[in-house]
Ligand binder design. Structure first.
Ligand code: HEC
Length: 158
């Protein structure tokens, strides 16, 4: 038993050593991150990842918006389509695009489109605002809602 354990350890060390000389050291990096002495490194990596995630989120949101762009424009001066222009919608009052024929229900909702309200409306438009004329475009997936809201927040003329 002892001998075979020893042989395995040597085998592992050898595998690590040969990985170390490999020009693609991916697996070795993962092992290094788990060592107690490297505690600072994962924290730094997490910060980088978060920054990357925020950028990815906006990029993903732009892709998700393809499910909305049949009914909504986002360029600030673009005309309304079946739905109102959504430029700068995050933080705006519901039903505020002048000239758009909103439903009575949306006008009466007196909502302000905070991220939370948008999230609820996009999850289930007719559930959140019974009588809304937005009868398609719901996003059941919370990650897709989060992404499209992050992207919408980058639109508008501020
Ligand atoms: C089938 C067309 C259609 C699709 C697809 C659609 N919408 Fe809508 N949307 C509408 C209509 C119509 C309204 C106006 C609703 C009302 O007046 O009750 C609206 C209203 C809205 C509002 C409120 C706007 C305001 O000025 O208060 C938001 C926000 C919104 N949509 C976001 C989205 C997002 C994000 C998507 C994609 C995930 C999407 N919509 C997909 C038709 C659509």
């Amino acid at each position: 038993m002892k001998i075979s354990t020893h042989v395995m350890a040597v085998g592992l060390a050898f595998a690590l050593a040969s990985c170390g000389s490999d020009p693609a050291p991916g697996p070795v990096e993962q092992i290094v991150v788990r060592e107690p002495g490297e505690a600072a490194q994962p924290v730094a990596a997490a910060t980088d990842e978060e920054a990357g995630t925020e950028t990815d989120l906006v990029a993903t949101g732009e892709t998700v918006f393809a499910t909305c762009s049949g009914c909504h424009a986002v360029e600030p001066d673009a005309a309304a389509m079946a739905g109102p222009n959504l430029a700068g919608i995050v933080g705006a009052k519901a039903g505020a695009v002048e000239g758009f024929p909103y439903s009575e229900a949306l006008l009466a909702s007196r909502l302000t489109w905070t991220e939370a309200e948008l999230d609820a409306y996009l999850a289930d438009p007719t559930g959140k605002v019974p009588g809304t004329t937005m009868v398609a475009g719901a996003l059941p997936d919370p990650d897709r809602r989060k992404a499209v809201i992050a992207w919408l927040a980058t639109t508008g003329s501020d």
